[in-house]
Write a protein that binds this ligand. Structure first.
Ligand code: G3I
Length: 355
């Protein structure tokens, strides 16, 4: 019996044609990075910035990537009021000094962000119970202290960030409640008195996709112009996705500010490619969509008169450094470099805009 089974196995094997081994084709690595031959700052005639933090300055230094790719820096959170303004008339300027010392030795500039932001109010100020007059005195001393601390290094400031609600109403922050509806103009005047060489910006999101907010900002700018309130430019945060908003409303907002002669800063650029959270890793298709979007945004920026180009700042160095991951709670690859500091196709999209 055993021999019969053995015979049948051998016989069957002889009958079944043996398929040739499929050659194992190595899985192509998805093309999401490339070998850069030109840096951002050698490609662009305007300043290119990156948002960072003090710990990151040390961590990233060994790669020299920041020095090679950027000539402007914004503190992602360490130069905000909740960090610097310790109590009524006490301040912590350590972060300003850290950034100023790092950038001074590298010929970079620091863009200060942000003197007033309703999301970065120190708790002791939130709970302030003194008079409105005392509140104003405290804010004036803080603003003038920060602006005059390192003006040769911190050559510009977002004086006020996100003062308008999405519907264009003036946000009812503690600043407005305590200092009145004209608090924004007052803060710009105090900042200018502290050091007239420092460029002063209003910074916001949503002005590139909501006419109500854009109109509110333009009315403020026109009012400031008419009253001689010292302001030099506008920051468009530019937290966008690869396909939203389409370029038309962005162009409309940029043209409206450029035609008024103000400096323009694309101040917090990141480009989401996983807005519905369905992707688990960056693939070539998404990387190429992000590359094309980057080129589109830089092409738009290049339509601004050169003397009004304050710069483009990216809101983080590596994808894994992005605030978006915690904010949205899913993986995302919105920046120029991947976790291992490789240049992504988004970087190529920036450089290609100048070719
Ligand atoms: O790194 C410290 C950590 O050591 C500490 O243990 C921890 C506990 O508080 O805080 C960590 O710092 C956090 C920091 O992000 C780094 O992750 C701060 O708490 C947190 O407040 C900070 O959030 C920043 C946020 O502004 C508030 O300042 C984000 O990084 C920053 O991306 C975000 O940036 C804003 C712009 O200023 C304005 N436009 C919107 C943009 C995104 O919200």
């Amino acid at each position: 019996m055993r021999y019969l089974i053995l015979f049948l196995c051998v016989f069957t094997a002889c009958q079944t044609p043996v398929e040739p081994e499929e050659p194992i084709i190595p899985q192509e690595e998805p093309e999401t990075t490339y070998t850069a031959t030109k840096s951002l700052i050698s490609a662009a005639p305007f300043r290119v910035g990156v948002a960072g933090n003090v710990a990151g300055l040390k961590e990233h230094t060994e790669t020299r990537l920041i020095d090679q790719e950027f000539n402007s820096m914004t503190a992602e959170y360490e130069m905000k009021q909740n960090i610097m303004h310790i109590s009524k008339y006490d301040y912590d300027w350590v972060s300003i000094d850290e950034f100023a010392n790092y950038t001074r030795s590298r010929g970079m500039r620091v863009h200060g962000h942000a003197l007033l932001w309703h999301s970065a109010i120190p708790s002791w100020l939130e709970n302030f119970t003194g008079s409105d007059e005392e509140f104003s005195d405290i804010m004036k001393a803080y603003i003038q202290g920060a602006v005059s601390h390192r003006p040769k290094d911190v050559q510009s400031w977002d004086v006020v960030n996100e003062a308008f609600e999405d519907n264009g109403d003036l946000r009812n922050s503690i600043f407005r409640q305590k200092m009145g509806d004209d608090y924004i103009a007052q803060c710009f005047q105090w900042a200018h008195e502290a050091d007239s060489s420092v460029k002063l910006f209003y910074n916001d999101y949503g002005t590139i996709w909501d006419d109500r907010k854009l109109t509110a900002m333009l009315e403020m700018l026109d009012d400031f112009e008419a009253r001689g309130i010292p302001i030099h430019g506008v920051g468009f945060q530019m937290h966008i996705t690869w396909d939203w908003p389409v370029i038309e409303p962005i162009k409309k907002a940029v043209d409206a500010v450029a035609s008024r002669g103000w400096l323009i800063h694309f101040s917090e650029v990141d480009i989401r490619v996983n807005e519905d959270g369905g992707e688990l890793e960056l693939n070539q298709r998404l990387a190429e969509l992000q590359q094309a979007r980057m080129t589109e945004i830089v092409n738009l920026y290049n339509t601004i008169p050169e003397e009004q180009q304050f710069g483009i700042t990216f809101w983080g160095l590596r994808d894994t450094d992005s605030w978006l991951i915690d904010f949205w709670g899913n993986v995302e690859w919105p920046l120029l470099f991947d976790h291992s500091y490789k240049h992504k196709l988004m970087h190529k999209g920036f450089v290609e805009a100048f070719e």
